[in-house]
Design a binder for this molecule. Sequence first.
Ligand code: ACO
Length: 331
Amino acid sequence: MVRLYQSGIIATGSYVPDTVITNHDLEKIVDTSDEWIVSRTGIRERRIADKDMAASDLATKAAQMALQGSGLTASELDMIIVATVTPDMNFPSTACLVQRNIGAVNASAFDLEAACSGFVYGLIVAAQFIATGACRYIMVIGSECLSKFVNWEDRNTCVLFGDGAGAVILGRVEEGYGILSHILGADGNGADFLTLGAGGSRNPASFETVEKQLHCIHMDGSEVFKFAVRIMASMAEEVVKNAGLRKEEVDYLIPHQANIRIIEAARKRLELPEDRVYVNLDRYGNMSAASIPVALDEAVRQGRIKKDDNIVMVGFGAGLTWAACTIKWAV
Ligand code: ACO
């Protein structure tokens, strides 16, 4: 592919619902303890969407915030990509609902599903359209309402997840800035480790699927954990090398927020001090595709990321999938 333009993030936004569920709240629902959850995962609390709120509502709020920061109008967007495993419904896509909500009348819109790796997958897909000149501005959103798909009687999973959305606008940036390198990967042999088995064409919704809780997340935690530690560390190192950077040139790591021990594996491989890794999983838990863009938006708003900084984003998730990119911050 001939690259005509360099693409980078020119604005960010995020939204998390107001309702907080703490570990102590969960102690009243399942046989767990604040001590177990904090020591094994690093999570202290998570946000939960109201009954009448879906992924497109969270995504819309994050998108509006990103638009506000960009100085663009919604009609200037050429494309909207929503990464999600918790769409409002099978179809239409959540991206089309966001397009309607924000009035992005000139934007094409589609969802992308790569679980927790979905946001970085979306970013790299979007970058191809910017690079060729086919699109000028693309909104990429990670939005999840995982609380609606959690079995609140299963302590193995219900303590881990939360709801939220993060959005970025991708546009042209100066040469030498923007996305410098990326890695996208998948291994379908690990498909059974993390599933939401019912509601699709394999197991359409039925009384039986509901009774067996097949519309909820099922996870082999230790298999996912082993894979995640290995892939997060090796990807972080490789994506930095592919960008032509040395480890000491990395300014900030924005990892997927699943487990503090997994984040530590990536941080140690890059030999970064703790204050150069953004962690918010203590407040939000794992928000799947929303974790990285929410963390990115918070880091930008707190002034931790500045022009010229080299940022690394790394994520992994169901599929199994993994994705990473290096960005030289352009704004
Ligand atoms: N409270 C108390 N005990 C618990 C809880 C809980 N909430 N959950 C599990 N346990 C128990 C289990 O029942 C088991 O008990 P047993 O040994 O008597 O059978 C024991 O704790 C499990 O211990 P470990 O397997 O050693 O726990 P581990 O340290 O591996 O932590 C965890 C489990 C947190 C799930 C970890 O494996 C993990 O983080 N895995 C990765 C999950 C992940 O990152 N998923 C991301 C993808 S999400 C997406 O793509 C949508």
